[in-house]
Design a protein around this ligand. Structure first.
Ligand SMILES: [Fe+2]
Ligand SMILES: [Fe+2]
Length: 162
């Protein structure tokens, strides 16, 4: 689940506000990503957490924030849609890149961040450290978002014990 910490970071908000205002980005809020989160919430989490890490490492946090937000711009349910041409892991970064380019112009680094965010599975190696950060944070968020409902259930249950 997404907390709203990012809203209290004016520098982050300024970096992504034009993207967030775009209807095609808002539309990501209509898709479930993992159990308890929409694709928009997931994308903001990945973007904001990656931005903070990139900033702490004196990397290009602007490109990280923007491309992180656009890394999953696809509009189908990945749990049910099957492709003839390849796996979801291979295809959706390419779909996302095409959709992202309709929203804003992308630098080579931003393109790499979007395209390589599944590199562990699709074997295309990232060219930039920022791409590695977004990819790792994406994995981490997927696990966290998947387990959050269970975690909440467990905390509710253990409160009643002892
Ligand atoms: Fe993805
Ligand atoms: Fe993702």
């Amino acid at each position: 689940m997404l907390n709203n910490e990012w809203k209290n970071d004016p520098e982050y908000v300024a970096l992504v506000s034009d993207l967030l205002a775009d209807p095609s980005v808002q539309k990501l809020g209509e898709y479930t990503q993992h159990h308890n989160s929409t694709r928009l919430e997931h994308s903001i989490s990945v973007s904001f957490d990656s931005y903070k890490i990139a900033k702490a490492h004196h990397l290009d946090y602007k490109a990280t924030a923007r491309a992180g937000l656009l890394h999953d711009m696809f509009y189908y349910d990945w749990r049910t849609t099957k492709f003839d041409l390849g796996s979801h892991a291979f295809i959706h970064p390419r779909v996302a890149l095409r959709n992202a380019e309709k929203v804003t112009s992308l630098s080579p680094k931003e393109r790499d961040i979007i395209l390589k965010h599944m590199w562990g599975l699709t074997s295309a190696r990232p060219k930039y450290r920022e791409s590695v950060i977004v990819s790792l944070v994406d994995d981490y968020e997927a696990i966290r978002e998947f387990f959050t409902p269970i975690r909440n259930k467990v905390s509710a249950l253990i409160k009643n014990v002892g």
